[in-house]
Structures are given as C-alpha cells and as structure tokens.
Design a protein around this ligand. Structure first.
Ligand code: PGA
Length: 250
C-alpha cells in the first residue's frame, strides 16, 4: 500500500435493508482506534437506506456514498433517477460512477462523463471505476481499454483532488478470481502515469476492486502503489469487512 491514506470503499450493490444499520456499531468502534487514523472507510449502501447510514455514522469518521447519480443535476422530470444535489442534501459525500454493472445497464463513457461533472458540481467525491472484460484482456487490450475509459470519462478542467480511480477488471468482480499481483501493480502504475501525463495531476489515488477477500488481501496489500480497495461481496458482512480493514492496516 502507499504511505498515503488507505481507502476501503464498501459497495453494497442491491443488498441491505434497515436492519443492516444496527450492525454498524462495530465498525464505528474500529474507526476510533489509533491504527485507523491513516484510513478512510466509505459505505455505499443502496439509495433506500442512504439517509439511515448518514444518520447512524454522522458522529463517526466513516463516510457515506451512493452507487450512482443522474447525469443531469437539479430538480426535473427524470422518473426513477436521483441527482447529485439530492445526494449532497442528505449528507452523502461520495458517489461510485462507471461501475461495470451500471455500464452493463447502458452507461457509456459519455454518460459517465456527464455524471462525473454533475457530482463534482455538488462537490461530491467521485470513485470512477474502470477495467477490462475477459475478452479484452485475452486480446491484450487492457491498457487501451482503460486509457480510453479514463480519457472519455474525465476532462482537463476537473478537480482531480475529488477523483479516486478504482481499477476493477470486470472478469474479477464477484468471481473469486483476481489478476496476479504484478499485473495489478503494472496497471496501477499505468493509470497513475496516464493521469499525470494527460491531465498534469500527480497524486491521483487508485484503488483495486474485484473479489477482494480476507485471504487475498494479505497479498494484495503488498502492492506498493495501491491506495486502497473497492470491496463488494465481502463488505456486506460486517465481521468480514472489519477483518479485511484490520488485516490491511495492521
Ligand atoms: P466484489 O465486487 O468484491 O464482490 O467482486 C466489487 C465491485 O463490484 O465493486
């Protein structure tokens, strides 16, 4: 891991209900410990319980984020959508954008770019997901695909201090299979170099996501340039998630 802040983003996807809120006490206690001071936990539950999470975590060091926002900001006739402004108003501080499961639903790089601008206009922190499919990996297209996603989703004049990139190989999400450590390390370097060269921003934070669990985190934490993890399945169980955090920071 880097010597900078280490991020643990819990992506709950379409799981969780009000009962989940009661389990958060344990993680609040963890966040008060000394060893935690260089880390940041962000919970991204579904929209339906975002407010409850914000209330529960308001006196803690743990932040709350959403899993998406609409591309147009402000009130309007957009049935079924939630704006960045609405997220901001209820106390969310982060938003995950460009997740491969949303890309499957139809989010293109162009739409994601609009969503990012919308989120940044409300001063939300953006976790931008990028990554290649298995087919693309087999054709050696990983770097090309990822760079293209970065190029199309981001712009020169955005505030890169509010952006965190999550490198998530699509074939690794929810499958239990992760790339070898060298490949992750190389890809993280490539993303950091790309942002430095193209946007003249030196300190972009890059996370790894895809099947992070209690076992593989022991190896993953050895990757020197990594700023943290985006954790799906394993973040929904409070004890597992706490153990992953502890194993990484201790
Ligand atoms: P996973 O999900 O940890 O369950 O693979 C990661 C993600 O989708 O962000």
């Amino acid at each position: 891991m880097t010597n900078n802040k280490i991020y643990f983003i819990a992506n709950w996807k379409m799981f969780g209900d009000l009962k989940s809120v009661n389990n958060l006490n344990k993680i609040v206690n963890l966040s008060k410990q000394k060893t935690f001071k260089n880390s940041e936990i962000v919970y991204c539950p579904p929209f339906t319980i975002l407010s409850d999470f914000v209330k529960k975590l308001s006196n803690s060091k743990i932040y709350v984020g959403a899993q998406d926002c609409y591309s147009i900001n402000g009130d309007g006739p957009h049935t079924g959508n939630i704006s960045a402004n609405q997220l901001k108003k209820i106390g969310a501080r982060f938003v995950i954008l460009g997740h491969s499961e949303k890309r499957l639903d139809g989010d293109t790089n162009k739409i994601i770019n609009k969503k990012i601008k919308s989120a940044l206009s409300e001063n939300l922190n953006v976790i931008l997901c990028v990554g290649e499919t298995l087919k693309e990996k087999r054709r050696n297209l990983t770097t090309r695909v990822v760079n293209n996603q970065l190029k199309q989703c981001l712009n020169k004049n955005i505030n890169f201090n509010k952006i965190i990139i999550a490198y998530e190989p699509v074939w690794s999400i929810g499958t239990g299979v992760i790339p070898n450590l060298k490949d992750i390390h190389k890809q993280i370097i490539k993303i950091k170099d790309f942002i430095k060269k193209k946007y003249k921003f030196k300190n972009i934070r890059v996370l790894y996501g895809g099947s992070v669990n209690l076992k593989n985190v022991i190896d993953l934490k050895k990757i020197g340039n990594l700023d943290g993890f985006l954790i799906g399945g394993a973040s929904q169980n409070i004890n597992k998630f706490i153990d992953i955090v502890k194993k990484t920071i201790n």
